[in-house]
Design a binder for this molecule. Structure first.
Ligand code: ZN
Length: 120
């Protein structure tokens, strides 16, 4: 159930077809004072002989929305994981390269189960 607000907008239309409007609820004035004030402001910007109207409407007040069941796409990792060089070697057992030869985005793991190099 959304909340609503009743708006009351003063509109003035002059004989040339120009129009101006004013409406706002941020006044500490009384209802009668607002009506006078708003219509004076609406009428100021049009030529003499204007017609004056009140437009009233009930509009929804925006509310924060809770989004549920959001499906987040899994992040596809493009990094390649190589097996760490063993203690007696400076090259990766998976592809025979030194860590310095590997692309900066690649990673090393001591666990063979994580290796994605594909050259084991
Ligand atoms: Zn490798």
């Amino acid at each position: 159930m959304s909340r609503t607000i009743k708006v009351r907008i003063a509109v003035a239309v002059d004989p040339d077809g120009n129009w101006n409007s004013y409406g706002c609820n941020k006044h500490s004035t009384s209802f009668d004072d607002y009506n006078k004030f708003a219509m004076e402001l609406a009428s100021e910007a049009v030529s003499e002989g204007e017609a004056r109207f009140w437009i009233e409407a009930e509009l929804p007040i925006p509310e924060s929305v809770v989004v549920e069941n959001v499906i987040v796409s899994p992040v596809v990792s493009t990094e390649i994981i190589h097996l760490c060089p063993q203690a007696d070697s400076g090259i990766t057992p998976c592809c025979g390269k030194t860590p310095f030869e590997l692309p900066l985005t690649d990673r090393l793991s001591s666990n063979p189960n994580f290796v994605t190099c594909g050259k084991q």
